[in-house]
Each structure stands twice: as C-alpha cells, then as structure tokens.
Design a protein around this ligand. Structure first.
Ligand code: ACO
Length: 323
C-alpha cells in the first residue's frame, strides 16, 4: 500500500530580523503588549530583493539537499501562498524555473494560513493516486507586503519566511505504525470572510490591497475550529492526544496554541512553538516550525505528529502523520 512519507525538509528566512523594540519606533505599541497578547518577540521581514519566490526557492533547495535529491527527482511542486510574486503565473511555476526544472508540473494553492495543511493533503492524494512519485511542497509568504504598517492591531503579528518538504511514495503495510500521512480533516466557511481578509484583488479593486482583521473575532472562533478538525483526525486514526509525540500548530498566537493544546489534553512539552521567533508567517508557519523541531532533534523518524492551522476564509484543517 502506497504511503506519502517525508524524505526531506528545509527552511528559509529573510535576512532582516525585526524585534518588538524595532516596531515601537514605527507604531504606538510595546514589547510588553505584543509578548503578553501573542507571545511574539521578533519576526523576519523581507527586503526588496527577497520575495515569496526567492524564499520559496531557498527553502526548496534546502529540503532537496536534506533529502539527497535534486529537482530532477521531483514530479510536482505545490506552493501554498497568499502572497504570490505575480497575480499569474503561479509562483510555484517560477520556483520550478528557478530550480532548473522543465519537466513535471507546478501550481499554487491558496488557503491563507491553512495553505500548508491543505497542500500536504493535496500532495498526499496526488502521490497515493499514482500521479506523482515525489512532491516538493512549499509554504512561502511575504505578508509584510500586504500589511498596513500604520495599523498596530495587525502589523505586529506577521512575519515573512518559507518552509519546504520533499514527500515521496513509499510502500507500507497500511497500519498506523507506518511512516507517512495517516489522516486529514479540512474545513472552510466563507461566512466569516469579513473577520480576516485582504481589501483588494485583481477582479474587485484592481489593487493588491491590505490585510484587515478583527483579531478578537478570529480569536473567539480559533480554538473551537482547531480542536474540531484535530479531534476528527484523531478519530479517523483511532488515537488520542496521549499517543501524539508532537503537536505542530499554526503559529499565530501563543494563547490560541496553549488553549487548543489544553482543550485536547496535549501535554505542553509536546507542543512546538516558534511564533516567538517568526511571528505569524501564514502558510509558511507550519513547515517553519517543523523544520526547527527537526533540526534541533526533537522530531525524529517514527514520531506521531499532528499539524493544524486556521486562517482567512475562514479555512481550517489538521493532518496527522508519522514522521
Ligand atoms: N500595541 C498596543 N496596543 C494595541 C495593539 C498594539 N500592537 N494592538 C491593539 N492594541 C490595543 C487596542 O487598541 C485595544 O485598546 P482599547 O482597549 O483601548 O480599545 C487593546 O489593545 C485590546 O485590543 P484587542 O484587539 O481586544 O486585544 P486582544 O487581546 O484581542 O489581542 C490579538 C489582539 C493579538 C490580535 C488577538 O485578538 C489575536 O491574536 N487574534 C487572533 C489572530 C489570529 O490568530 N489570526 C490567525 C489567523 S491569521 C491568517 O489567517 C492570515
């Protein structure tokens, strides 16, 4: 039975680290307010020459190196992003070109902060469906380009970056002990659009637009939505929070992460936190957090890992895998 297994992982961050103290010079805010409300201490912000395509390319190259493969070994590139370099073509195709790849196919997938979780599920279906043997899966964002830098309620929350996985078809027994993706649960509900959206677009305003968020409203829904999809994925696999080795949530807000883990009885020491270092990098946040926890030796082959995310749309989802 074909399973979708992680073979390599990599990440890329912009050069420019921006601390809360740096933001105090731009808007009326304080390190204390930002840390207390969100847990964020710093984030990385792209400079003019750094884009979603360049960060995505760098993360992709790191993941390919880690896998011991080259772009010649890849059949499909999926890029999860809401901040593409151009309206079209897809930034995934630009990354394909940057990697010197003229075979296979590539596309962008847009589900805002849930993008990576949607994309890993999509990659799994392509692999198990037999249409791709190896998928390069990237989450890359430059949210700094759609932030209103005069709005202190949003500009302190976001950062730029990219993370990537190489996924590969491998034979398994078809049990939960196999390495690979085990279960997925995705949801969306457009009735929540006004709570978190970008106020521009090619077909509406012909502008790029800026991010608008009713933070308190998003917060109110987040924990319930996250726990719903995570519990659904647990139920599909017949496991509980106790069986989990690592919980790798979307890194939007420390309070949302802690409340979700507590509600699902996932022990705090199993929760990977990088929001303090990266801020909310939208579709890049889960692969960045995974990368950090793999690099520092916490996540090891055979570990049971739950990924989850929630974001604009609203969209939300969870994926359970054995690393
Ligand atoms: N610095 C100082 N004060 C601030 C700042 C700031 N940066 N931002 C807002 N304030 C003030 C407000 O003006 C308000 O002042 P008032 O009481 O005088 O009106 C006060 O702080 C409290 O504001 P709230 O919005 O009620 O603060 P809250 O505790 O809700 O925290 C936050 C705000 C951090 C945005 C929180 O609501 C949150 O994290 N929401 C969820 C966001 C999220 O998770 N998004 C995930 C999806 S992101 C995606 O999909 C792209």
């Amino acid at each position: 039975m074909i399973r979708t297994v992680v073979r390599g992982i990599g990440k890329a961050l912009p050069r420019n680290k921006v601390t809360n103290a740096d933001l105090e010079k731009i808007v009326e805010t304080s390190d204390e307010w930002i840390v207390q409300r969100t847990g964020i201490k710093q984030r990385y912000i792209a400079e003019a020459d750094e884009t979603t395509a360049s960060l995505g390319e760098a993360a992709a190259r790191a993941a390919l190196d880690n896998a011991g493969l080259t772009s010649a070994d890849i059949d499909l590139i999926i890029l999860a992003t809401s901040t593409p370099n151009n309206t079209f073509p897809a930034t995934a195709v630009e990354i394909q070109q940057r990697l010197g790849m003229t075979h296979g196919f590539a596309f962008d997938l847009q589900a805002v902060c849930s993008g990576f979780v949607y994309a890993i599920n999509t990659a799994d279906l392509y692999i198990r469906g037999g249409q791709a043997k190896r998928v390069l899966l990237i989450g890359a964002e430059t949210f700094s380009r759609i932030i209103d830098w005069e709005d202190r309620t949003t500009c302190v929350l976001f950062g730029d970056g990219a993370g990537a996985l190489v996924l590969e078809a491998q034979e398994g027994e078809g049990t939960i002990a196999d390495r690979g993706i085990i279960a997925a649960s995705l949801r969306s509900d457009g009735s929540h659009k006004e709570k978190l959206y970008v106020d521009g677009g090619p077909s509406s305003t012909q502008t790029v637009g800026k991010l608008r968020m009713e933070g308190r409203e998003v917060f109110k829904h987040a924990v319930g939505m996250i726990t719903d999809v995570v519990e659904n994925a647990f139920a599909q696999a017949g496991v509980t929070g106790d069986d989990l080795d690592w919980f790798v949530p979307h890194q939007a807000n420390r309070r949302i992460i802690d409340a979700s883990a507590k509600k699902m009885e996932i022990a705090p020491e199993k929760v990977v936190i990088t929001v303090d270092q990266h801020g909310n990098t939208s579709a890049a946040s889960v692969p960045l957090a995974l990368s950090v926890a793999v690099e520092d030796g916490r996540i090891k082959p055979g570990d049971l890992v739950m990924l989850e995310a929630m974001g604009g749309g609203f969209t939300w989802g969870a994926v359970l895998l054995r690393w």
